[in-house]
Design a protein around this ligand. Structure first.
Ligand code: HEC
Ligand code: HEC
Ligand code: HEC
Ligand code: HEC
Ligand code: HEC
Length: 376
């Protein structure tokens, strides 16, 4: 008992004096599979397991910004054992280095000790591990058990800030905001509740502590057909020649947080099987209120890739807020059908052209949600 207490004190000491610490002993994603089988399988289906080598869109944009420097590593390859060299251009991503191919790795997330708020993007500070001891992994279990491979310690960062280290905001060198998904006072609990719901099965294979459930590591998001229906409520009212659409964003982040994306509404009024009105003729962007995306400028000229932009405008629906859109429509009759669909284009067409990305799965609009109202 006594030396467990001493050991914990020692860990605490190491946490506050990081400069005394030895270099991390890295346990790769696959090594967790031995005991955390379910979590490992879930994680493998998630985008956090993607890396420079498996996400073509990311690789294409990164290379078009610089073929030497890989500054994206901070968030996309955070565990890299030579991260400074990747960022400065002295090294390139290497396919046979596990710390490069593991993406937002298990070990990385579970060794974040605290997150520091900063202007350009927040900074994850890792607790480096004590030499000669097995690594300590942080989480939020009550009374976590230790194992042969690691010690377990709960750390409040897992409720408060763990998602903010990468998802909060990012500014480029000209102080132009590339994305902002969270504000400073926000915590990560809401993110965890929606994106990591409790699912059946213990946290490790034997379920020695009989917990019976664990936090899902699928991190469902925009790519999941069922999950992406749930972020936004769509409602309407009609009067005379007016259609009012109310969008309610239930998420604790804005509708658009990724500059490559566009999300838009397609609205059609159907009378006896014929479309009598539509919110745009050819391009969804003709409807200024129903087309949500960022656009960037550099010295007043439009630019597509935001890395060197100096200005930005955005049509968005903020976190936890509603947006009311008014449309002038023909006088509605009983039994008219009003179809409202929300679509996502994972990569806007102009962005795909600029980076010479030829993948129709990414540019073709995908349905997120559809609702139909019948006029009475
Ligand atoms: C030899 C088996 C074993 C291996 C390998 C293993 N773990 Fe664990 N891990 C456990 C056990 C047992 C627990 C305690 C579970 C409980 O209390 O219900 C645990 C708990 C945890 C916790 C919870 C900590 C807390 O304080 O809430 C995290 C996080 C964790 N492991 C991450 C990992 C990661 C990441 C890897 C791979 C790098 C890994 N584990 C590899 C057995 C293992
Ligand atoms: C401050 C952290 C951070 C940095 C630095 C960063 N990103 Fe990201 N990136 C993210 C986060 C968080 C997401 C997920 C957000 C989302 O999908 O909306 C993401 C998602 C993306 C996506 C969308 C992936 C997809 O498959 O749709 C692309 C493309 C991307 N980043 C490119 C880059 C490039 C290129 C760089 C380097 C020039 C970079 N990012 C640097 C945090 C960062
Ligand atoms: C080390 C940086 C980092 C941390 C910490 C992090 N993420 Fe991510 N996250 C990313 C990156 C990078 C992507 C985009 C990866 C890609 O598409 O290649 C991403 C993507 C996502 C997505 C998009 C999934 C989809 O398919 O649309 C969700 C949801 C997500 N993260 C949730 C979370 C949550 C919840 C937390 C906190 C528990 C978290 N992330 C912590 C870097 C991080
Ligand atoms: C009420 C549930 C809910 C909460 C809370 C929530 N999200 Fe989401 N999130 C969603 C849904 C649903 C989607 C997919 C639909 C969409 O993007 O409009 C999504 C999408 C995302 C995406 C991918 C967006 C894209 O276009 O690639 C990321 C990244 C993300 N969430 C991260 C977070 C983070 C970080 C937090 C905490 C600040 C958080 N989420 C809080 C429900 C939620
Ligand atoms: C993006 C960050 C992130 C990544 C990557 C990640 N985790 Fe987690 N993990 C979390 C968070 C946050 C929690 C706490 C969730 C909760 O308590 O609701 C957690 C919880 C856990 C737990 C405790 C079980 C529970 O129900 O809380 C284990 C064990 C675990 N993770 C193992 C892993 C393993 C193994 C991997 C890789 C295969 C992994 N994690 C990857 C963020 C991450």
């Amino acid at each position: 008992m006594k030396h467990i207490v001493l050991f914990r004190l020692f860990l605490l000491f190491m946490l506050f004096f990081p400069s005394l610490q030895a270099k991390d002993k890295y346990l790769d994603n696959h090594s967790c599979n031995e005991c955390h089988e379910r979590i490992y399988e879930e994680f493998q289906t998630s985008v956090h397991s993607h890396s420079y080598f498996t996400n073509t869109l990311h690789q294409t944009i990164a290379d078009s910004i610089s073929k030497e420097k890989y500054s994206c590593a901070t968030c996309h390859m955070p565990m890299a054992d030579n991260i400074k060299d990747l960022i400065s251009g002295e090294a390139r991503p290497n396919k046979s280095n596990k710390t490069h191919t593991d993406g937002v790795s298990c070990f990385f997330c579970h060794t974040v000790a605290y997150v520091r708020t900063a202007h350009k993007f927040n900074i994850n500070t890792k607790a480096r591990q004590a030499k000669g001891y097995k690594p300590t992994l942080y989480g939020r279990l009550d009374n976590p058990d230790d194992s042969d491979k690691h010690s377990s310690v709960s750390n409040p960062v897992y409720a408060k800030k763990v998602c903010m280290g990468c998802h909060s905001h990012k500014l480029n060198d000209n102080n132009t905001t590339i994305f902002r998904a969270m504000d400073e006072k926000q915590d990560s609990i809401s993110c965890i509740n929606c994106h990591m719901p409790e699912v059946d099965g213990g946290a490790e294979k034997m379920d020695k502590r009989a917990r019976g459930h664990h936090a899902s590591h699928k991190f469902l998001g925009i790519h999941d057909v069922e999950f992406r229906k749930t972020g936004m409520d769509i409602n309407i009212t009609t009067e005379d020649k007016k259609l009012t659409v109310t969008l309610k964003n239930k998420m604790t982040h804005p509708l658009i947080i990724q500059p490559a994306r566009a999300k838009f509404l397609k609205i059609e009024i159907d009378r006896a099987g014929k479309v009598i009105w539509k919110n745009y003729k050819k391009e969804p962007s003709e409807d200024k209120q129903g087309y949500f995306s960022y656009s960037f400028t550099q010295e007043d000229k439009k630019v597509i890739i935001p890395a060197h932009a100096t200005g930005r405008t955005v049509n968005n629906v903020d976190a936890k807020s509603s947006r009311v859109l008014d449309y002038a429509v023909p006088v509605l009759q009983k039994e008219d059908k009003i179809h409202i669909s929300l679509y996502v284009q994972l990569v806007k067409s102009d962005c795909a052209i600029v980076v010479e990305l030829d993948d129709s799965n990414l540019t073709k609009p995908q349905l997120m949600k559809e609702v139909v109202f019948i006029q009475n």
